[in-house]
Structures are given as structure tokens and as C-alpha cells.
Design a protein. Structure first.
Length: 104
């Protein structure tokens, strides 16, 4: 894969003219707020039709659930000993809301 774009997160999602626009942001190397924190600035936009956006959000939810499961596993003490796989619970069946991002 040759063409990659880095983003620190999503800044804004809008629907205009029947198309969904997802604006990605990256922290500025030079712009800071009054507290000296780097500011997120627009870096890239993806435009897609609503069906594609809904499909993308479903894929993101799958990835979020996989990441959550990784966080629930205890750390392996040895490479030779695999970590036990936790049993599925009713709490895992309900999708959780994604963590809040520090972007507007």
C-alpha cells in the first residue's frame, strides 16, 4: 500500500446535498490554544453516499468491538502461554458508545 493519509480523528460529519462529508483532523504543529495545547486542524475530507457511510459505520463498530475485546484480555505473561479467551457476556452483546474524542 503506497498511499496513506494520517489523521488524529474526525472533526466533523455533515450531510449536504444527499452526500455525507467526513472531515478528518490532525494536530497542528504550530497552532496552539490559550493553554498551549496543539489545535486539531482540517487535513482531509471523505465524501460518500449515505448507504456507503452506513456500511462504513458498521465496519467501524466492528473494529471498536474488536479493540474493546483486546483491552479486556489480561496481558500475556509468556509468549508460550496464550491468554485465556473470555466468555461472551450479555454486556458484550450490547454495542457500547465510542469514547469521546477531543475534537469539536
Amino acid at each position: 500500500m503506497e498511499n496513506q493519509i494520517f489523521s488524529d480523528g474526525i472533526g466533523q460529519i455533515t450531510v449536504i446535498g444527499g452526500m455525507v462529508r467526513v472531515d478528518f483532523v490532525a494536530y497542528s504543529a504550530s497552532e496552539k490554544d490559550a493553554k498551549g495545547q496543539y489545535l486539531p486542524v482540517f487535513c482531509q475530507r471523505v465524501v460518500m453516499n449515505p448507504d456507503s457511510f452506513l456500511h462504513a459505520t458498521a465496519k467501524m463498530q466492528e473494529a471498536a468491538q474488536a479493540i474493546a475485546k483486546l483491552g479486556q484480555r489480561p496481558r500475556e505473561t509468556s509468549a508460550a502461554e496464550p491468554a485465556p479467551v473470555p466468555a461472551a457476556s450479555s454486556a458484550e452483546a450490547q454495542p457500547s458508545s465510542p469514547p469521546k474524542r477531543p475534537f469539536p
